[in-house]
Design a protein around this ligand. Structure first.
Ligand SMILES: [Zn+2]
Length: 499
């Protein structure tokens, strides 16, 4: 029997507000000493009164709007009651079933095939503290207690791992584009909880679902899901019943493990928080936020394809990070300037940025927005290659230096004499020297070994410090070798006659 996988996703996004959800404690410090970012409110001391963080409300609403949700005219906070050591108050404040936004959607692009995922709701809540388990004891840190989170819940619309990955990447880009969160999974700023169930293909009923948690990288998410789908499938095939439970992911053993069997929501005894006022977002306020939304990742991607005629793959690479997309657009605008000695196409720029530049940035760990290689310098360098003033290999050699220290490529080329050698005489003498220095390789070539040509080209390139005009070099090398061949074939019969 074949099975269909049904997946729904809940994501908790840690908002990058300065202060916490209901108090003035800092929420933007990562790695502070334990229990130093706390106050009576986030420690749940008796009599302390929470106040709503306006910025968190703005951020949450921006996320809901970007995901095409309808913003609720009325929303409020509830208390979700449960007992756990890291939950000091004995309840968590959350919006429960009166969320900020509902009925949204996001369109995924799976290799050109569109796929719409429904967003059921977007709501705000507060984070809990953190338990650290040491042998024989548990340590508690409440710095994270009360940090604002926005929770995004999808319908069970996903049918494959590829869809889940596309969604995870899309959300990560979205919160970064909106600048409402760092989106760093490793630091817990983006936490995925995935509900997975299998059902016989063609069935409308949902199977028993298992919830996966503790997925702190896109890779962990992928591996855990692969593992869980395979586990459920073999259980179903063997006729073993599945239980509704919450599982964690063991990164080292690469398997899921049961954390607890799932509570029903009635176990939480939700009720409206009497300390917090209900909210009625003013339509003008919502309209203002809507108007102020930046261009979203998927919109920018589509525009890059339409406006710059880029391949979808390159557009996706360039828009993954807002700073990279900005960089590319600045460079493209400069390259299109009629004053520029060009012309440089957007595709050529995309090629340099996603190729050489990405590689160097990754190696050096530099941030593209901070590097001394400003878009104008990159355009200047590419223009030199484009005009044939230098070889691409010379440009590639200069790139790391300019990335590190800046400086005009044109000036560096002049100062170091790196301009391309296009003079026939100069190049012909370099070729002659190379041939004289490697008679054996010449013999090999004349003995019909084409590969020997590459070696000779390399020799001349090295001697010219990468400056030889490649086309001219090729031509001259062939000419001189041909001349040698003729000379030898004329002299050979004479030698034979002597024998
Ligand atoms: Zn506090």
């Amino acid at each position: 029997m074949s099975y269909e996988t049904v997946i729904g996703i809940e994501v908790h996004v840690q908002l990058s507000t300065r202060s916490k959800m209901f108090c003035g404690c800092r929420a933007d410090v990562f790695g502070a000493a334990p229990n130093t970012l706390v106050c009576p409110v986030c420690l749940g001391l008796p009599g302390a009164l929470p106040r709503i963080n306006r910025q968190a409300l703005r951020y949450g609403t921006m996320v809901a709007l970007a995901l095409n949700c309808r913003i609720a005219p009325y929303t409020r906070f509830y208390r979700k009651n449960y007992h756990y050591p890291d939950l000091v108050k004995g309840y968590q404040i959350t919006m429960y079933d009166e969320p900020l936004g509902q009925h949204g959607f996001v369109d995924l692009d799976l290799g050109g095939l569109p796929r719409r995922i429904c967003i059921e709701r977007v709501h705000l809540e507060e984070d809990t503290g953190k338990s650290m388990h040491a042998p024989g004891r548990t340590l508690l840190d409440f710095n994270r207690s009360g940090v604002p989170l926005v929770e995004i819940v999808t319908a069970p619309d996903f049918r494959s791992l590829e869809e889940v990955q596309a969604y995870a990447q899309e959300l990560q880009q979205l919160v970064r584009y909106l600048q409402v969160s760092s989106g760093d999974m490793e630091k817990g700023a983006l936490r995925f909880e995935i509900n997975v169930s299998l059902r016989p293909a063609g069935s409308d009923e949902l199977g028993v679902k298992v919830e996966l948690k503790n997925l702190n990288s896109l890779r962990a998410l992928q591996r855990a899901l692969q593992y869980e789908i395979a586990r459920q499938q073999s259980a179903l095939e063997a006729g073993q019943p599945l239980r509704q439970e919450t599982c964690g992911w063991d990164e080292e053993r690469e398997e899921t493990f049961v954390q607890r069997s799932k509570e029903a929501s009635s176990d939480y005894r939700y009720f409206p928080d009497p300390d917090l006022p209900p909210l009625r977002p003013a339509p003008e306020w919502v309209a203002e936020l809507w108007a102020a939304l930046p261009e979203l990742p998927w919109q920018r991607r589509a525009r890059f394809v339409a406006e710059y005629d880029l391949r979808p793959y390159d557009a996706a690479l360039l828009t993954e990070d807002r700073a990279v997309a900005d960089y590319f657009e600045k460079a493209a605008a400069l390259a299109a300037d009629p004053q520029m000695p060009g012309p440089i196409s957007p595709q050529t720029l995309a090629h340099w940025i996603t190729g050489e530049l990405f590689c160097l940035l990754k190696e050096s760990g530099q941030d593209i927005a901070q590097t001394p290689l400003r878009p104008a310098l990159l355009v200047e360098l590419v223009a030199l290659v484009q005009r044939g003033a230098i070889n691409a290999s010379v440009a590639k050699e200069l790139l790391p230096e300019i990335l590190e220290r800046g400086g005009s490529p044109r000036r560096l080329v002049q100062e170091r004499g790196l301009a391309r050698i296009s003079s026939r005489e100069q190049l012909a003498s370099l070729v002659a020297q190379a041939l004289a220095a490697h008679p054996q390789v010449v013999d090999e070539y004349l003995g019909a070994k084409e590969a020997a040509l590459q070696f000779l080209i390399g020799q001349v390139m090295q001697a010219s410090r990468g400056r030889a005009d490649p086309h001219l070099l090729h031509e001259l090398l062939r000419d001189q070798l041909e001349t040698l061949r003729q000379v030898r074939s004329r002299s050979r019969p004479v030698q034979d006659g002597h024998r």
